[in-house]
Each structure stands twice: as C-alpha cells, then as structure tokens.
Design a protein around this ligand. Structure first.
Ligand SMILES: [Zn+2]
Length: 433
C-alpha cells in the first residue's frame, strides 16, 4: 500500500461512523454487569474493614515483626505508609465501582430512550477510571511487595514534584511543611537521569509492563500468561482514551441518529449496548485483577510485616475474600449441559431449563436453538437428547433428571426416595472408579 492508499482508507472509514450493534445480548450484559459490580463493591467494602484492622494492628509494637518494631530501622516507617496506600486504593476502587454500575432502564420509553445514549463523555469516564484503577493498583502493589525505602521515596517524590508545579497556595499550605519542603529540595538537586537511582531514590521497574511482569513473577503466576497480556492490553487501550487518541475519539463522538432496539424491559440504543459490552469486559478484567493480584499482594506484604499468628488471621480473611470473588466471577457466561427426552424439542411444550445460577428459563416453541441461554448469567445451554422415558441419569456430580421424563424433580422426592437414589448413585460411582 502507498501513503495515499492508507490516507484514503482513513478518510473513507475513520471519518464517518457507522452505527454498530454489539454481539452480546443487552439484557444479559446488564444482569452480568450488575452481578460483577455488586461483587466488586462487596470486595471493596470488605477491604475497608480490613484496612481499619490493619491500621490498628500496625500501631501495636507487639504485633509487628522484629524489623518493624525498631524506629532506627527504615521498615518502622511503613507502619504508617502501608495503611495509607491501601486507603488510597480504596478511593480509586470506589470511583471505578461507581463508573461500572449497570444502566438504569427503569421507566425508559421510546420518547426518552435518548437518556440511554452513550457518548464521548461516558466512554471517556469509564475508560479513564479503568486506567486509574489498573495504573494505581499495579504501582501500589509493586510498592507493597518491595517495602523498600528508596522505591517508595521515588514514587512519592515524583508525585510530589509534579503536584508542586501547579498547586495553588492554599493547597500547598495544607500539604507542605518544612520536612516535606526539605525532602523535595533534596530531590530537586537530582538531575532527571538520577531520579530512578540516587542516594535517596530508586526505581528498578519503571514502566507499567515491567511492574506487571514483576508482580506476576513474585506471585508465581506463570500459568496466567494470557491474563498478564490482558492487563497490559487494557493499559494500552485505556491510554488511547485517556490521551484522546484519534480512533477512540472518533468512535465515541458520533452525532448520527441511532435506530431503536427493544426487548422485554425497555427500548434501548445500539450505543447503549456497545458501551455495556465494553463495560462488562473491563469490569471482569478489573475484578479478576483485584482477586488474583491485588489481594494476594497484600497478603505477601503482611507476611513480612506481622508476627506469624497475626499474619495467619489476615491470611484467613484475605483468602476467603479472594476465593469467593474468584468462584462468583466464574458463575458468569458458562456452558451447561442438560439431558432432555427425545421428541421434546420442536414439540408444542414450553421447556423449562433451570440454570446453575437458579434462574428458570422458559424455552418457548418453536425452540429456536439460538435462544437457549440463561438471561440472568449469560450461560449457554447444550442439550443432549435421550431416547424413551429415562427418568434420572447418573452423572459424576449426582443423579440428574432428564428434562421431560415422567419422574418427579429430584428436590420433590421424599427423603427416603432421595436416599435410595443417592445410594444407587454412590454404588455406581464406586463401581466405575
Ligand atoms: Zn444462569
């Protein structure tokens, strides 16, 4: 291609935007966004409780490990700094949670469907908050892993130096005292090339990518190579939005009118659906990051900071928190298999499919195979047809009723019948071992 070919393709394709519909189902997206947003919000509230315990625990000389007891040693000073870092992270997490709430579709009609339209400002707020989330939590997790004076000095002094360039007098007065002034003066004696390696500062992993690599290695997460790339890709994608790149601005600042879609709940627009699709993707990445990187990093840091019995108390609550978030996140967009009596598909009967999330989906005739998924959690259903009237089928996870069989549902059986069936199942499992 020549330079003119490239410019021509930009002119023809990236200057007038087509309206596009997202590939996901909007109702499912909203349900999943609500679920994961609630989950993360719960995770942040739990962190708030933990942060206050952390602050109290660090104040007590008897509870911290030997190196943190002695005020002639640098680690002593992390007793104030660590709880503050966690508190800063809570603020960032709370902002992110507030920008990733599901759309409020209550009472939306054709006349005011424009309220659901998503534009440049919405995209920019969402992605910028994702950028702040990932950028700050990676930087802070890095500091919490190291607990190294020169590295913390570097991060704070670089921040202070920038802040000082433009802050107003009143803001400066609220923050700067002689000690801080002197620290900054000391930092200002360094030339730029010395910032990352001097008598007071150090930064061995300057870029975002280097810090991410460091964190994954430290937590021994070599099996999560794809997720590591996902984190770096979110960073690059969000840079494009935060720095008002050409493509992201073009994509989000359209004034073209949109077609109106509708579902069981209310009318909506293609831009609403596209936006929710992105929101869900970001929310899922961020929540996974929180559970498999951020929380384990806190734990890693506490191992250095506290006496063993105190560490074990934190370990129990952090592990519970982490496991619940991981398990709940996995309940979205799964694949489930159902056994179904042959002849039921394409009959006149409504087929009730109860998903693992507890929602019963009523599959209406003429049984369109594209419509067998759970509206609540987005899981896809696969059907395995069985001949005759087979009753229950023994699977590795227990007896399962074949949908459409003449036997009662397992839960409606009498306790004796249930026991009998479980016994048959157990014997069968023993035989097949
Ligand atoms: Zn479901």
């Amino acid at each position: 291609m020549t330079e003119t070919d490239i410019l021509k393709s930009i002119s023809e394709n990236l200057s007038q935007r087509k309206s596009t519909a997202a590939l996901n189902n909007y109702e499912v997206l909203c349900n999943n966004i609500k679920y994961v947003n609630n989950l993360l919000n719960w995770g942040v509230n739990s962190l708030r409780v933990l942060q206050s315990q952390l602050e109290t625990t660090f104040k007590d000389d008897c509870l911290v490990s030997a190196d943190f007891k002695d005020n002639t040693k640098p680690l002593f000073y992390f007793r104030n700094i660590v709880p503050r870092i966690v508190l800063n992270d809570i603020s960032i997490l709370e902002k992110f949670v507030s920008y990733t709430e599901p759309d409020n579709r209550h009472g939306i009609t054709i006349d005011d469907v424009g309220k659901l339209q998503k534009s440049f400002i919405d995209y920019n707020n969402l992605v910028t908050s994702a950028r702040q989330f990932i950028d700050s939590l990676v930087a802070d997790a890095y500091q919490l892993t190291l607990l190294e004076p020169k590295s913390t000095n570097y991060q704070v002094l670089v921040s202070l130096n920038s802040f000082n360039k433009y802050a107003t007098k009143s803001i400066r007065q609220g923050l700067f005292n002689t000690e801080i002034e002197n620290s900054l003066i000391e930092f200002e004696t360094l030339n730029f090339n010395q910032w990352a390696n001097s008598h007071i500062t150090k930064c061995a992993h300057k870029s975002f990518g280097e810090k991410v690599d460091f964190l994954f290695t430290n937590l021994n997460l070599s099996a999560e190579a794809d997720f590591k790339e996902e984190i770096k890709n979110l960073f690059k994608f969000s840079s494009e939005f935060t720095h008002i790149g050409y493509v992201s601005t073009f994509f989000t600042s359209s004034n073209a009118s949109e077609v109106i879609f509708t579902d069981d709940i209310s009318p909506y627009l293609p831009s609403t659906e596209n936006f929710s699709e992105l929101k869900y993707k970001i929310l899922e990445t961020a929540t996974k990051f929180y559970s498999i990187i951020y929380l384990p990093t806190l734990l890693y840091s506490f191992r250095k900071s506290f006496e063993l019995n105190i560490y074990q108390i934190f370990e129990a609550s952090l592990t519970n928190l982490q496991e619940k978030i991981i398990a709940d996140l996995k309940t979205r967009n799964n694949q489930y298999y159902f056994f179904i009596r042959q002849g039921l598909i394409a009959s006149d009967n409504v087929v009730d499919l109860t998903c693992m999330c507890g929602t019963t989906n009523h599959w209406q005739p003429p049984h369109d195979l594209a419509k067998i998924y759970c509206k609540n959690c987005g899981s896809k259903f696969n059907l395995l047809e069985i001949e005759g009237d087979p009753g229950y089928i023994m699977t590795s996870s227990g007896p399962v009723k074949v949908i459409g069989s003449s036997v009662p549902d397992f839960n409606d059986l009498s306790p004796n019948k249930k026991m009998e069936l479980m016994k048959t199942w157990e014997e069968l499992m023993k035989k097949n071992k």
